[in-house]
Design a protein around this ligand. Structure first.
Ligand code: M6R
Length: 364
């Protein structure tokens, strides 16, 4: 049941801190991150030549977040593909290739077909899923359950953030097992991850910021989402949420690519959401805010607490607590989930059952 919430999406957004706490519970042992369910020996991990992450929709976005982290921490090359593309490609697979499928429902037909294709080619398949005993769980060689609890709303929220945490655990696990990160560094990052639930609770208390910012979208027919690095993906996820439940056209772009085309869209009042946390590319993203501002855009910015400069340039601010770069996508997206929901409410849309969509897509 909805337990006093107006819709399942509201409930599931609110459940994110507990979901992540559950996932992190008892995951740090004396030897580092414990992921026994992945069932891989140190020899197998050391021999991995490449990882394919295959998924659809929001779960695909989790893969995009995971890629640079696995590459940076575990130094293993990673390719991320939407399953519906991957299945028709001639991919390079060896016995040492690892395939990670990410699927909340565990029933997405394209993703399951990818797992079969990889198995047939000799790769090992790991599934990250939320549903116990799902097809993905049964077909994979190892399963990491994200334990987010049932997700009813078609728009995925708590599964997205929990899957990102799961992906970061996998990245830490691989890095520790193949010797690229020492036990102390793994433990330090794990303890940082444990701060995420509190940071999300803080963002949940700021839902009034999203409710206010929703006004910028209600009368418009289109919106642009911009971000850099990991938050180019946060932008993509924000745009997907908005499209899915408010039926507003939304497009995401890596912020620096904007001047290569989409900036032509900007006219006075055009809503632009910019993910601009305090990270190593902040000053570059700030210049993108100035560019769209100069053309009259209404700017909604996700920024870090205390960032005066960004505040001055923004029409609406969605503030997040200061956090290491690899945690920002998990925290920042919560604002974009709430923003999409408020826009959809204002436009009178069905929050949990948007038109034309089903919770899991069981046809290829
Ligand atoms: O169950 P899955 O994670 O395999 O589902 C994949 C997509 O269909 C799903 O994430 C979809 O994009 C969501 N409705 C987005 O909110």
């Amino acid at each position: 049941t909805m337990g006093g919430y107006p819709d399942f999406m509201a409930k599931e957004i609110a459940e994110q801190p507990e979901a992540i706490e559950r996932l992190l519970k008892d995951r740090l042992g004396p030897d580092g991150v414990r992921l026994d369910e992945l069932a891989m020996t140190d020899e197998e991990i050391a021999a991995i030549d490449r990882i394919f992450i295959v998924a659809c929709g929001t779960s695909y976005h989790v893969g995009l977040i995971a890629r640079p982290l696995i590459e940076e921490w575990a130094r293993i090359p990673v390719a991320v593909e939407p399953a519906s593309e991957f299945n028709y490609e001639d991919v390079l697979v060896t016995d040492h290739t690892l395939c990670i499928i990410i699927t909340q429902s565990g029933e997405t037909a394209d993703t399951l077909a990818s797992a079969r294709k990889m198995h047939a080619a000799g790769a090992k398949v790991l599934a990250v899923t939320n549903v116990i005993g799902s097809s993905a769980a049964r077909e994979a060689d190892g399963v990491l359950y994200v334990q987010a609890g049932p997700e009813v709303s078609v728009a995925s929220t708590k599964a997205y953030t929990a899957q990102m945490v799961a992906a970061e655990l996998i990245a830490l696990f691989l890095a520790q097992r193949n010797g690229n990160l020492g036990a102390r560094e793994v433990a330090r990052r794990f303890h940082e991850l444990q701060r995420v639930p509190a940071m999300i609770r803080e963002v949940l208390h700021r839902s009034w910021q999203d409710e206010a910012a929703a006004r910028a979208f209600v009368e418009s027919s289109s919106a642009l989402f911009l971000g850099r690095g990991l938050n180019a993906t946060t932008a993509a996820e924000g745009a997907l949420k908005l499209k899915e439940i408010s039926y507003l056209h939304a497009e995401a772009y890596p912020a620096g690519e904007m001047k290569h085309g989409p900036i032509a869209l900007i006219d006075p009042g055009f809503p632009v959401v910019v993910i601009c946390p305090d990270d190593r590319v902040r000053y570059k993203t700030l210049s993108n805010i100035q560019e769209v501002k100069a053309r009259g855009a209404t700017v909604v910015t996700v920024a870090t607490d205390g960032d005066q400069k960004t505040a001055q340039l923004s029409d609406y601010l969605l503030l997040v607590p200061a956090a290491p770069e690899y945690l920002v996508p998990i925290v920042a997206v919560v604002h974009l989930q709430m923003l999409a929901r408020y826009v959809a409410l204002a436009r009178g849309c069905d929050i949990d059952k948007p038109r034309n969509l089903a919770k899991s897509v069981t046809v290829e």
